[in-house]
Design a protein around this ligand. Structure first.
Ligand SMILES: Cc1ncc(C[n+]2csc(CCOP(=O)(O)OP(=O)(O)O)c2C)c(N)n1
Length: 291
């Protein structure tokens, strides 16, 4: 008997979304479901990990194996899962606040280790859930709730930073373009190694500087122009220069990418997965220490 292919309804949860009207998180949720369905993945065949933040509330708005971790820690818990069972596709979702402040160390090491997972950055350029504090990606000078006279700190150039770590896959997309987001997520999941996906997203409540309309006017798809995704330096230049137009789509992909677990000599030729190997360990005596 042939297996029925998954459909979007398989991922539907009964929980209602509580995001503000016009929030880019709606778009990311829709594109995530579409990408998983188009990849032919059933909800039980994928792991979805969420950081803490507005975007993290997506964790109970769709079905599948989900893990809602601590603020800034989503990459580390997803990395652990990627090492334990390399057969399961893993998507981790985090905000720019968490990823480029509390959790920035995890991002650094996940990229250089090239763990096999997709990281989706909900880039609304502020700390949304805690009501509009400046993040390290907020443009300097913007008036935010923590900086009513304008943020005085220099803005981190996140793309330049990411490229400095020699990533094997980098993409940028926009929460208002569900079709492109879907295609980018699929390409990211299919990449063998750490896939970094920056989603420029509208936050109508706290981000008054890069609205949906502002982004819509500036984004363009590099896949519709001549762009060689294997050219690291060209991709880096395109990613960093957002002064007039904003390049979106898959910007860089290293076809020679070798994920961390495949680099480890001791794992070569081993047929079992780490997750199977620890299954036989009885932790009952250990747990007694925590009574
Ligand atoms: C270690 C830690 N620091 C701070 C917080 C408080 N906190 C919870 S959500 C949040 C804002 C999240 O912002 P971001 O990561 O950008 O995601 P967004 O809400 O914009 O989607 C903060 C500061 C926390 N829970 N834990």
């Amino acid at each position: 008997m042939t297996q029925p292919s998954p459909c979007s309804g398989d991922y539907d949860s009964k929980n209602l979304c509580t995001w503000c009207d016009g929030c880019g998180d709606y778009g990311v949720l829709g594109a995530t479901k579409r990408a998983l369905v188009e990849l032919g993945l059933e909800p039980h065949q994928v792991l979805l990990c969420f950081d803490v933040g507005c975007h993290g509330n997506m964790s109970d708005k769709l079905l599948g194996y989900r893990f809602h971790g601590l603020h800034g820690r989503v990459i580390s818990l997803a990395s652990g899962a990627a090492l334990a069972n390399p057969d399961v596709p893993i998507l981790a979702f985090g905000g720019d606040g968490a990823c480029f402040s509390e959790g920035v160390g995890h991002l650094v090491h996940a990229i250089r280790s090239n763990y096999n997972m997709t990281f989706v950055l909900h880039n609304n350029a502020n700390y949304g859930l805690t009501t509009g504090q400046a993040s390290s990606l907020t443009p300097k000078g913007e008036k935010m709730n923590t900086a009513p006279q304008g943020s005085v700190e220099d803005t981190l150039n996140s793309m330049d930073f990411v490229f400095s770590l020699k990533p094997t896959f980098v993409a940028r997309t926009f929460s208002g373009d569900i079709r492109q987001m879907t295609d980018v997520f699929k390409a990211a999941v299919n990449h063998r190694g750490f896939s970094y996906v920056d989603v420029l997203q509208a936050c109508p409540t706290y981000n008054k500087f890069a609205s949906h309309e502002y982004l819509l006017e500036r984004v363009y798809d590099v896949q519709k122009e001549e762009h060689d995704i294997s050219n690291f330096e060209k991709a880096r230049a395109l990613a960093v220069d957002t002064s007039e137009r904003i390049a979106t789509g898959v910007l860089y992909k290293n076809n020679e990418s070798v994920p961390y677990i495949d680099r480890v000599e001791a794992r070569k030729g081993v047929k079992t997965r780490l997750v199977d190997e620890v299954a036989s360990v009885d932790i009952t005596p250990l747990l007694k220490n925590f009574k």
